[in-house]
Design a protein around this ligand. Structure first.
Ligand code: PGA
Length: 250
């Protein structure tokens, strides 16, 4: 099935408002003819300004995190309504840095994904194994379990709208990319689980690969059957580099 590619930049804790706006100024003209969905996830402080700067363009805004709670005494958190208010159409949830550094569980990620869809913000749900898990041959069981738990609260009728990102932890920020074959093997396993969970709609769900994606390796990764996009950290920080990724290395 033809799935529209989706390339997303995850800037993590990088870029001031001014830097985000300067990026947009250079980047938008470079990707205006992209044959893919293009998404920028700046830090929360830059969401509003960047959202204004990309309004009317073919580039969409994403948050890097969200609270599952609608409002109230949750110091430091942002609700789905607040993200919608500043123009977010996507939000990353369950990134491995949130899971490992901030103790987020798949159950918590599931609540976030459910809350986002209810607000019509599309969740980009991340999963991925550690090096120890890969070496112990636990990749399929661990990642499969993460997917089942993290998507447990997705309404079947809305499943086709979500995005999944497979990011092996050992490949994030390390320069070590999974080979296209290694990535495809896990993506195919994830596709199977999505089929079990959502039937035929599992075929429509886009699965991004993440972990040291760069202009030089994106085309080969994107050529794999079940790789429908990329979630990009380091190589998304410069407009030239991320625009080349959006154009599959071209
Ligand atoms: P990286 O990060 O591209 O710098 O490896 C990817 C991610 O963590 O989303």
């Amino acid at each position: 099935m033809a799935r529209r590619p989706i390339l997303a930049a995850n800037w993590k804790m990088q870029k001031t408002v001014g830097e985000a706006l300067a990026f947009a100024g250079s980047f938008l003209p470079l990707v205006k003819d992209a044959a893919a969905d293009v998404v920028l996830a700046p830090p929360a402080t830059a969401l509003h300004a960047l959202g204004q700067a990309i309004q009317g363009s073919n580039v969409a805004l994403a948050a890097q995190n969200v609270s599952p709670e609608p409002k109230g005494a949750f110091t430091g958190e942002l609700s789905t309504e607040m993200l919608a208010d500043v123009g977010c159409s996507y939000a990353i949830v369950g990134h491995s840095e949130r899971r490992t550094l901030f103790g987020e569980t798949s159950a918590f990620v599931a609540a976030k994904a459910e809350a986002l869809l209810a607000q019509n913000i599309l969740p980009i749900v991340c999963c991925g194994e550690s090096l120890e898990q890969r070496e112990a041959n636990q990749t399929f069981s661990y990642v499969g379990g993460q997917i089942r738990e993290s998507l447990a609260r997705i309404d079947k009728a809305r499943a086709a709208e979500i995005v999944v990102a497979y990011e092996p932890i050992w490949a994030i920020g390390t320069g070590k990319t999974a080979t296209p074959e290694m990535a495809q093997e896990v993506h195919a396993m994830i596709r199977g689980v999505l089929g079990e969970l959502f039937g035929a709609d599992g075929e429509a769900i886009r699965i991004q690969y993440g972990g040291s994606v760069k202009p030089a390796n994106v085309a080969e990764l994107m050529s794999q059957t079940d790789i429908d996009g990329a979630l990009v950290g380091g190589a998304s920080l410069e407009p030239e580099s991320f625009s080349q990724i959006v154009n599959f290395g071209g």
